[in-house]
Design a protein around this ligand. Structure first.
Ligand SMILES: [Mn+2]
Length: 251
């Protein structure tokens, strides 16, 4: 008898979500309210065509910056939450915006990450390279102009979500560390160590943060960031039982 046969692992089980649940997970939006609205229409059409008991929307963060309509994206997400079961995760860009309200000096860093279009979307008029005094007045002015519900929304975003065999986080996770012990820094910022790792993370990680021309399905992770602000392509992965289907909205 072949003793090794006893130890041979069974064929890998496909990742699933619980029966009756369907997840619509959307990648980095970055101020593209036009693509987000069009994506909602596509999701609504899909739900009308094949209804399901428990549809869950998951957004993997980076709602603002770079693209032109950040404030409007936040509005759309807040409104969507009122009518749909929705999980909005925090992205590294949302951290910058929250921090800026108390620490005007971080604009120095945030500006390199596409902050100026976000400030413009709230009706501010930053110069191209704001010095200390202007940073302080922009921070005050933003606090004055931002709707209360936007501040509440941004400061309450969770870092992770888990459903069935899937785990959702903005950037990814650090290999070798259990999912429940991941640090905010890794969940929001990690790239290389996560992207290059081919082993199991315990669940299939659905993430954004690192833009690709096409969504990428790997054994251990799915990247749904298709660089909407630059490519005009917003991606949603639909997870239903063991199926993974993509909706791509381009403009
Ligand atoms: Mn991003």
């Amino acid at each position: 008898m072949d003793i090794m046969r006893l130890f041979r692992s069974p064929p890998p089980k496909k990742a699933t979500v619980p029966e009756g649940t369907r997840i619509y997970a959307v990648g980095d939006i970055h101020g593209r309210a036009d693509l987000l609205q069009a994506m909602f229409d596509r999701v609504d059409a899909d739900l009308a065509q094949r209804p399901i008991e428990r549809p869950i929307h998951v957004f993997v963060g980076d709602y603002i910056d770079r693209g032109p309509r950040s404030a409007e994206v936040i509005d759309l997400l807040i409104r969507r939450q009122q009518t749909h079961l929705t999980v909005c995760l925090k992205g590294n860009h949302e951290v910058y915006l929250c921090d800026f309200l108390d620490q005007p000096e971080i604009l120095h860093h945030w500006a390199h990450y596409g902050a100026l279009p976000t400030l413009l979307s709230y009706g501010l008029q930053p110069s191209l390279n704001p010095a200390t005094e202007e940073q302080i007045s922009l921070s005050w002015e933003l606090k004055r102009r931002m709707p209360r519900e936007h501040i509440a929304f941004l400061s309450s975003l969770p870092l992770t979500f888990s459903c069935g065999d899937y785990f959702f986080a903005h950037a990814g996770v650090r290999p070798g560390i259990p999912l429940e012990y991941q640090t905010p820094d890794d969940l929001l910022w990690i790239r290389g160590e996560f992207l290059n790792y081919e082993g199991s993370f315990g669940k299939v990680v659905v993430h954004g943060h690192t833009p690709m021309m096409e969504a990428a399905v790997h054994k251990n992770r799915i990247n749904i960031d298709t660089g909407a602000y630059a490519t005009g392509k917003l991606t949603c992965v639909v997870l239903d039982r063991d199926q993974q289907v993509f909706i791509q909205q381009t403009r």
